[in-house]
Design a protein around this ligand. Structure first.
Ligand code: ATP
Ligand code: MG
Length: 236
């Protein structure tokens, strides 16, 4: 599936969080989404998922807005920044409720819990989870509907080295299967070994939309390229 942003714009009062973004996120590759704190990454992802309404422009999935899909979890799996699970529910019950509301077989819940390394904690209340366990539950939720599109906002945040390696392999495998994988991150060394393509924004505006190789050309590392691209765009 193709994600298309057309002049996508979001204003919060005096803050122009996302400024006329025009781009396509294509299937079959890992697209890294980079930019300084406050650049507008999460807001962009939230608009793709219909959680924030654009001030103008639009975000489409294969030409239709997210809200047009009857079983959204089977089209787009998403991990966002905020903790989504009710703290009093077990991880397993949280995922079972998500599955039920999207016509997903209950057996899939234990599958994704195992994939996420949460088999042992599945029957504990999610409110007792550590930061990394909460992230793993969020990623399990994103995988639940076996979706053709994955949108992950800082998925490795709080993950241990095994978890970071898991996400690297997982995102690459999902892209190799022909899925559309869009991942935001501040960990540039990790992005350098994970992403095929990069989108960089600053102050809501597009700074770069190019294959990793092209962004790296002439630079010692992605970190080096990033500082050149975002110079003057860092949080003021
Ligand atoms: N609900 C909101 N109300 C008001 N302003 C908001 C809201 N959500 C985001 N913003 C503002 O929009 C801008 C973009 O924020 P956003 O969270 O999209 O950045 P980000 O690129 O995800 O940053 P980070 O790397 O820190 O996660 C910031 O100036 C932020 O303060
Ligand atoms: Mg963010």
């Amino acid at each position: 599936m193709l994600i298309t942003l057309e002049q996508l714009t979001k204003r919060f009062g005096a803050t122009l969080a996302v400024d006329r973004l025009d781009l396509e996120v294509r299937p079959g590759r890992v697209t890294g989404f980079l930019g300084p704190n406050g650049a507008g990454k999460s807001t962009t992802l939230r608009m793709i998922l219909g959680l924030d309404r654009p001030t103008s422009g639009r975000a489409l999935l294969d030409g239709r807005p997210y809200s047009a899909y009857e079983w959204p979890l089977r089209k787009v799996g998403a991990l966002l920044e905020a903790k989504a699970a009710h703290p009093g529910r077990t991880g397993r019950d949280h995922l079972r409720a998500m599955a039920r509301s999207n016509g997903i077989a209950p057996g899939r819940v234990d599958e994704v819990l195992e994939m996420a390394g949460l088999g042992g904690a599945a029957r504990k209340r999610s409110g007792t989870y550590s930061l990394g366990m909460g992230q793993r539950l969020g990623i399990a939720g994103a995988l639940l509907g076996d979706p053709p599109v994955l949108i992950l906002d800082e998925p490795v945040n709080g993950l241990d080295p095994d978890g970071v390696r898991w996400i690297r392999g997982l995102t690459r495998d999902l892209a190799a299967e022909g899925r559309t994988v869009l991942v935001s991150s501040h960990l540039l060394s990790e992005m350098q070994v994970t992403a095929d393509h990069l989108i960089v924004i600053g102050h809501g505006r597009l700074l770069a939309d190019a294959p990793l190789d092209r962004i790296l050309a002439g630079h010692a590392s992605l970190e080096d390229a990033y500082y050149t691209l975002t110079d003057g765009s860092a949080l003021r």
